[in-house]
Design a binder for this molecule. Structure first.
Ligand code: SAM
Length: 326
């Protein structure tokens, strides 16, 4: 495909396998929906509206068509909660057979204990675990579910199965900012990279974002209370800035607000119904199901998605990340 004026193309696909999740995290779900698993329509409800979450065969057909236009190096499976997609190992296996170099997963991890071996056998190349606290009460406050233990067991299961692991932690002021150092120490103890994430203006926090925003600077300042570190060069296209402690431990911060990375963003998103998005700032999904065999139309729609990208800064969206895929 043709690059845009900033030289951007798509080489990473974030594929949302479902918009349903088994946690109800503060940043995705408004309090009024916290006790329901269905703040967005479930697979069954969606089917009854005439829309259906794609099957493995359909996802593979979509990705095969995309590959004719753009060489996808990474496909990241996400959601909603991707481990709720029942044919996950089959999908991973099929994507590897298409020749995608990196097929990776972003998950809350609490089902991983019983799934890790099958995912590894299917060819999964890595897992990013979303873990926002290692204190039981704060974990509950963030996720509204009592699943810390299961999540930690999930991380151990992935490591025991030889899967590459990273931890992602969204930090919210006044909720889990006291967890920055405990999470950091936990990641050091497991010898895995942790990336702290600045809260993004999305979903129900599109407007109330400032009340909870904990900046990159604040995160660094917190870590500096215990560790000395130096900044590393940011690799092109990386969402995170990285630092290294004097002891040689590397950590990152994904600072959408303080240090946006729009200008070399190479990500394309595909939701579970076959719509593409060029940017999380855009709510306008572009359906590609009807043009998988029509290269002219497909290129046009990819260009339309590329135009959705911001040039300097993420502007936010009232759509929860749970819908497009985090
Ligand atoms: N359920 C999976 C999980 O928990 O990893 C995948 C989907 S979830 C939407 C992926 C991640 O999106 C969350 O863990 C969080 O890191 C991120 N996320 C969602 N809303 C966010 C927001 N407003 N700001 C920053 N990160 C957010």
């Amino acid at each position: 495909m043709k690059a845009d004026a900033l030289g951007r193309k798509f080489n990473t696909l974030r594929l949302s396998l479902t918009n349903v999740c088994n946690l109800a995290c503060l940043y995705c779900v408004h309090e009024s929906d916290a006790n329901s698993q269905t703040f967005l329509p479930t697979a069954n409800e969606v089917q009854s509206q005439g829309k259906k979450i794609l099957s493995v065969k359909q996802f593979v057909a979509v990705i095969k068509s995309l590959l004719r236009h753009t060489p996808l190096k990474t496909v990241r499976l996400t959601g909603g909660e991707p481990t709720l997609y029942k044919d996950l190992p089959e999908l991973i296996n099929a994507l590897k057979k298409l020749g995608i170099p990196r097929v990776v997963l972003t998950t809350n991890g609490f089902l991983l204990k019983r799934k890790a071996a099958a995912l590894k056998a299917a060819g999964l190349d890595g897992i990013n675990f979303s873990l926002d606290a290692i204190d039981k009460e704060i974990f509950f406050k963030m996720s509204r579910r009592d699943k810390l233990e299961a999540t930690l067991e999930g991380i151990d299961a992935a490591l025991e199965n030889g899967i590459k692991v990273k931890i992602n932690s969204v930090i919210m002021k006044g909720v889990n900012d006291a967890q920055v150092l405990p999470l950091f120490d936990f990641a050091v103890s497991k010898n895995v990279v942790i990336r702290f994430i600045e809260l993004m203006k999305m979903g129900h926090l599109y407007k109330g974002h400032n009340d909870y925003f904990f900046s990159e600077e604040n995160i660094l300042w917190t870590i500096a209370k215990k560790y000395d570190f130096q900044k590393k060069l940011r690799p092109t296209g990386s969402t995170a800035n990285y630092w290294e402690t004097r002891e040689g431990y590397k950590f990152g911060i994904i600072a959408n607000e303080s240090s946006p990375f729009c200008s070399d963003c190479n990500r394309l998103r595909l939701d579970s119904f076959g719509n593409i998005y060029g940017c999380l700032s855009s709510n306008d999904g572009i359906s590609i199901l009807g043009c998988l065999d029509d290269d002219v139309q497909l290129e046009q729609r990819l260009q339309q998605a590329l135009k959705q990208k911001q040039t300097t800064k993420f502007t936010g969206s009232d759509l929860s990340m749970k819908a497009i895929g985090g």
